[in-house]
Design a protein around this ligand. Structure first.
Ligand SMILES: *Cc1c(COP(=O)(O)O)cnc(C)c1O
Length: 420
């Protein structure tokens, strides 16, 4: 079945009353009715809800549906994208081990993986995901994950997924790809061999800026990479915290199972059932929205490209863009989502454009149905020294747009009056 159909129907059969909308199971706990059922649920002999910190029927519909749309086997929803990224990595690495992280990733992922995890004894090495030429040399016996974004926020860079996956498989290391900006509608990392996909569902999935959320999706067949793999002893040896349970002995998708039974149990970054319900609504229309976001962004990019006061435009969907060949290789129909950036002369002029737009909101978010304008050098990247910023392509005159679902001609007219 195709993604559009799965997003509307998968994992929900109308319930006891024929309710068309998925019900919100707003409850913390579940009546087991008998002591044996309770014991069997805890012993995993019988699958079913235990406590909403671990699972919830509304959240489960979202998880199963998202996994299907992403082309994966199983999913685990979390309360935010940050917790999804943390769970993905903490499910693979522990103190004394290392992970390899792309240089071009979301700022929150850099601070989490490079700085906070260091305090937990996990070292992050960084690699250049544009070509991945330096990746293989960074791998050692203690490497447990390779982390990158399919379309990086905010650089809008497309990685060499094929090469990253090939190297990771050579060394039996799990790959984790953050697919927040591309979404499964435009790119399915699993179809390119990626093992685990993570998302901040706070962006395009919710769509209208309504709910924070995150999700981890594991590919079918990932168990075979984990079972018997020396790098992942914790999947193969008894888990003291779960009565000596050996994950590898359980015939279920192990990556998300362990993330749920161990990490979600202990850390509690659980989504509220109401947020899962909002995210289900978002997922239902994700396909039509992503196509429109991309078409609108391409129109705006073409307009900016032709503007005499715009020094350059970065949008992989533009034929003239240096990443266009990668966009064609990895993205469905060459559609590359709603993020684009452009450069004008100097800080003051850039700020003046932000202040003059009427339709674009000055917000440091992305993926809303309403268009957003950001000046990275003075906000999200203000801690970085100016010379380093210039080197990483974030100049004083750089403006980032998250193109929404307004009519593209209205957006162009607004930019026209703002750029002057
Ligand atoms: C926003 C974002 C995150 C963090 O997600 P939250 O839901 O804000 O916690 C992670 N990765 C990417 C690519 C993002 O854009």
């Amino acid at each position: 079945m195709t993604q559009e159909t799965l997003a509307l129907h998968h994992g929900y059969d109308r319930g006891d009353f024929g309710t068309m909308a998925v019900p919100i199971y707003q409850t913390t706990a579940y009546d087991f009715e008998t002591a044996d059922t309770a014991a069997n649920r805890f012993a995993l002999k019988e699958l079913g809800p235990i406590y909403t910190r671990l699972n919830n029927p509304t959240t489960e519909v979202f998880e199963n549906r998202f996994a299907a749309v992403e082309g994966g086997e199983a999913a685990l929803a979390t309360s935010s994208g940050q917790s999804a990224v943390f769970f993905a990595v903490a499910n693979l690495a522990q103190a004394g081990e290392n992970i390899i992280v792309a240089k071009k990733v979301y700022g929150g992922s850099t601070t989490l993986l490079t700085h906070t995890l260091k305090r937990f004894g996990i070292e992050a090495k960084s690699f250049d995901s544009d070509n991945a030429d330096d990746l293989e040399a960074l791998i050692d016996d203690k490497t447990r994950a390779i982390f990158f974004e399919s379309l990086s926020n905010p650089q809008i860079a497309i990685p060499n997924i094929e090469k990253i996956v090939k190297i990771a498989n050579k060394y039996n290391i799990v790959t984790v790809c953050d697919n927040t900006v591309a979404t499964p509608i435009l790119l399915q990392p699993i179809s390119h061999g990626v093992d685990v996909v993570v998302h901040s569902t706070s962006k395009y999935t919710t769509g209208q800026g309504l709910a924070l959320g995150g999700i981890l999706v594991a590919r079918k067949g990932l168990n075979e990479k984990l079972i018997g793999n020396e790098r992942y002893a914790h999947f193969n040896e008894p888990d003291e915290s779960y009565h000596g349970l050996v994950y590898a002995d359980i015939p279920l998708p192990l990556f998300t199972l362990r993330a749920r039974l161990s990490l979600l149990r202990d850390l509690g970054a659980t989504p509220a059932p109401f947020n899962s319900w909002l995210l289900i609504q978002g997922l239902e229309t994700l396909a039509v929205r992503m196509k429109q976001h991309s078409l609108n962004a391409l129109k705006v990019a073409k307009y900016l490209k032709s503007h005499p006061k715009v020094k350059n435009v970065s949008y992989p969907g533009l034929e003239s863009d240096e990443q266009h060949h990668k966009a064609k290789k990895y993205f469905k129909d060459g559609l590359t989502s709603g993020l684009l950036s452009f450069e004008v002369e100097g800080l003051e002029y850039a700020k003046n454009i932000l202040n003059s737009t009427k339709l674009f909101s000055v917000v440091v978010n992305i993926g809303d149905s309403k268009s957003i304008i950001t000046h990275p050098a003075s906000t999200t990247h203000m801690q970085v020294p100016a010379d380093e910023l210039e080197k990483s392509g974030i100049g004083q005159g750089l403006i980032r747009l998250s193109i929404g679902l307004e009519n593209a001609n209205d957006l162009i007219a607004d930019l026209e009056q703002a750029i002057g």
